[in-house]
Design a protein around this ligand. Structure first.
Ligand code: TXA
Ligand code: MG
Length: 313
């Protein structure tokens, strides 16, 4: 099998939905990163997806839904979770809730947990595919497990070409960093993964201060392994300047333009460029120095990804 990158015309979307119905895999663009989609209700399809990514089966998947009605068949919403959905869906927020009795997402996709992670993406191609398919689609980032997430169709092809038939072309992802994950199964929502939606915005909408996993004994963020998002090259963080032989991932106008996440110091632009520039530097250098990135707004998610990328077991 060799993946082709195809424009998401109505005919192709219908074909993609047919592939999903028979348990196949399709790569789709979302506003955050490209996802590798399959039928969330089909355990054989989900087993094939874990296989294709080389993903450990204890790491559960996000189920993507087409509507609030579909979400409410899958999970039991608390009032606060409903508020979050109202504020930020469709968009880059993933909500973890107790699984509903009417749910169709299979056990394997949830890694056996009695909770489910749901996201309603805003990207028109993801929405069109969900509508054409008519049920929840699990879609982890469309990279080999542990690699840098894909933000272009070419990134997907580099990682998974021999594993999938279709890559729907949505061009580069507008946000470029994964969704923020909030767990609503306890009394206070817990930020399981910093991401595309900033903490301040979330706290404004919900009127509460988010808890961190470390604050709440017993709450774990499966799959939040330290060495996630690993490039080949070794990363040196908070480097004001590169040393000889190092590539430089810059930020701001005092850094060289080459490898610069955002010469004008804009965090949204930096997030959108992060994985593509990291991949490009990784292909050229054994060692990469990384400029300091402010920890405000999207900077929290960018620094989270960089720390994981820098971690060596
Ligand atoms: O932006 C995104 O969220 C992208 C796009 C494609 O939608 N998807 C994505 O999926 O990043 P993935 O599989 O790479 O990350 C899913 C995360 C994992 O860290 C997993 O542990 C967490 O969601 N997760 C899934 N189900 C969970 C659950 N029931 N409880 C806690 N965490 C869960
Ligand atoms: Mg991922």
């Amino acid at each position: 099998m060799t993946a082709t990158i195809v424009p998401p015309t109505p005919d192709i979307l219908a074909r993609a939905a047919d592939i999903l119905r028979i348990g196949g895999l399709v790569a789709m663009p979302t506003e955050t990163v490209y996802g590798l989609a399959c039928d969330a209700a089909n355990p054989d399809a989900v087993a094939g997806l874990y296989e294709a990514k080389g993903r450990p089966r204890f790491n559960p998947l996000i189920a993507h839904v087409a509507s609030q009605a579909m979400a409410e068949r899958e999970a039991v919403f608390t009032p606060l979770a409903a508020k979050a959905a109202e504020c930020f869906w469709p968009g880059p927020l993933t909500i973890v809730l107790p699984v509903a009795r009417t749910a169709s997402v299979c056990d394997l996709a949830r890694a056996g947990l009695d909770t489910v992670a749901l996201r309603r993406p805003v990207h028109p191609v993801a929405q069109a595919l969900l509508d054409a398919f008519g049920g929840p689609l699990v879609a982890p980032s469309a990279n080999k497990s542990g690699h840098v997430s894909p933000t272009t169709p070419e990134h997907v092809r580099t990682d998974l070409a021999d594993r999938i038939a279709l890559i729907l072309d949505g061009g580069p992802c507008a946000i470029g960093i994964e969704s923020t994950i909030l767990d609503f199964t306890g009394n206070t929502p817990v930020l399981l993964r910093a991401g595309a939606l900033g903490t301040a915005e979330l706290e404004d909408c919900l009127g509460v201060v988010l808890a961190r996993p470390s604050d709440s004994a017993g709450i774990t963020a499966p799959g939040q392994m330290k060495s996630h998002y690993a490039p080949r090259a070794a990363l040196r963080l908070n480097a004001a300047t590169p040393m000889s032989g190092e590539g430089y991932l810059g930020f701001g106008d005092h850094c060289p333009r080459e490898g610069n996440l955002s010469p004008k110091g804009d965090l949204a632009e930096a997030a959108a460029n992060l994985f593509a520039i990291l991949r490009a530097l990784d292909a050229r250098y054994e060692r990469i120095a990384v400029a300091p990135i402010p920890q405000t707004g999207l900077g929290e998610a960018i620094n989270d990804r960089l720390e994981r990328a820098a971690h060596r077991d």
